[in-house]
Write a protein that binds this ligand. Structure first.
Ligand code: SF4
Ligand code: SF4
Length: 362
């Protein structure tokens, strides 16, 4: 199972859209206040734990991260970080991390606008440093797509970063948990910017396969295309409430990392519960259960599904999912043809190998 382990609730940045910036978490302590042996004892009961270090900014508590890694040496490790302190991680630690998800929104202008002046430079400098120090795992750009984003431009700009480059690019829409008003006219943005940008990116994605025999690591495209190709229904892809849980700084377990202030998402406590006992404890409910593309979408986001803060505008977010799936379905025959001609391998769409905390559906 995947466990997000909060190492703190502190951060050295004040990103414009971040929940910790706009509505600081008051119900949780900034620092971990359970004993690490209690955490280890809980995680040891899972046969195959994936530990995603999370915060706040987890790398502000490197010593705790190292202690946990030392005490559970065989777990699979993932880090979600703003990237500004990556240069401080020791080589011996970096080489044991499977995936690093770095928050970045596109080029320097858009990244620094949302995340603060100088952030882009620090991230790209640190990408080089961690590669030089031996990190050979999956380096993932994790974008937040908000009202000033242009999905086509921003994904393109991230693909253009070289030496080192990102292995994969993923994004989440800044929707439902933030104020809808910050979007202005959200529907217009979908119709005039986001959905057309997705179409352009998908067209270029398949052109690249033909031209260079390579499948670019655009995670939402990979994950959905895999489902379309193998024609197998998908569960909620982030796994929240099924096999992905967040362990808060006080040891309470929530179905998802973004909702420590919503009691309905609390499913247990590391002192009282075991992984088997919380498995599949909070399923997706209506309206997703009645949706005709549920088997491909999976329900998108458990938090939005169960705690829809946007009312009717929930359907606008679904419009983006519908468009993405329709467009990927459109190019599916082309991909099958490229595979038959041995230009690309169907295995290229086999991503992720395990739940590495990329939710697939933006
Ligand atoms: S498209 Fe919307 S309603 Fe349908 S499953 Fe996904 S999130 Fe739920
Ligand atoms: S997609 Fe939604 S439910 Fe899943 S981890 Fe992200 S915020 Fe939580």
């Amino acid at each position: 199972m995947l466990f997000f382990v909060f190492l703190n609730h502190k951060c050295n940045l004040t990103c414009r859209y971040c929940g910790e910036t706009t509505h600081p978490i008051t119900s949780m302590s900034n620092e971990v206040n359970y004993s690490i042996d209690e955490l280890i004892s809980f995680l040891a009961k899972d046969s195959n734990p994936i530990i995603a270090f999370y915060g706040g900014e987890p790398l502000l508590n490197l010593s705790l991260m190292e202690e946990i890694m030392d005490k559970i040496p065989d777990a699979c490790f993932v880090v979600q970080t703003n990237g500004t302190n990556l240069h401080k991680v020791k080589s011996t630690i970096l080489t044991r991390i499977h995936s690093i998800l770095v928050s970045i929104d596109g080029n320097q202008n858009i990244t620094d606008y949302y995340r603060g002046q100088g952030t882009f430079q620090k991230i790209t400098r640190n990408m080089s440093i961690i590669r030089q120090k031996g990190f050979d795992g999956d380096l993932i750009a994790r974008m937040t797509i908000s009202s000033k984003s242009d999905i086509y431009r921003d994904v393109h700009d991230l693909i253009s970063i070289k030496n080192p480059s990102f292995d994969h690019i993923h994004w989440q829409l800044d929707v439902i948990w933030n104020d809808e008003n910050q979007w202005g006219d959200f529907e217009k943005w979908i119709n005039e910017s986001y959905n057309p940008g997705i179409t352009k990116l998908i067209n270029e994605w398949v052109e690249e396969m033909t031209r260079n025999r390579s499948v670019q690591g655009i995670i939402p495209f990979l994950g959905i295309m895999k489902t379309l190709l193998i024609d197998t229904p998908s569960k909620l892809r982030c796994g929240a409430g099924i096999d992905a849980f967040a362990i808060q700084t006080n040891g309470e377990i929530f179905a998802c990392p973004v909702c420590p202030e919503f009691e309905e998402f609390k499913v247990g406590n590391i002192l009282a519960d075991e992984p088997d006992g919380i498995y599949n404890s909070l399923p997706v409910i209506s309206p997703c259960l009645e949706c005709e593309i549920l088997k491909i979408c999976g329900g998108r986001c458990l938090f939005a599904n169960r705690h829809n803060l946007w009312g009717e505008s929930f359907k606008l977010v679904c419009k983006t999912v519908q468009h993405l799936i329709t467009e990927l379905n459109r190019i599916k025959p082309k991909i099958e043809e490229l595979s038959r001609r041995n230009i690309i391998s169907i295995d290229s769409f086999n991503y992720p190998q395990f739940n590495n905390s990329c939710e697939i559906i933006p």
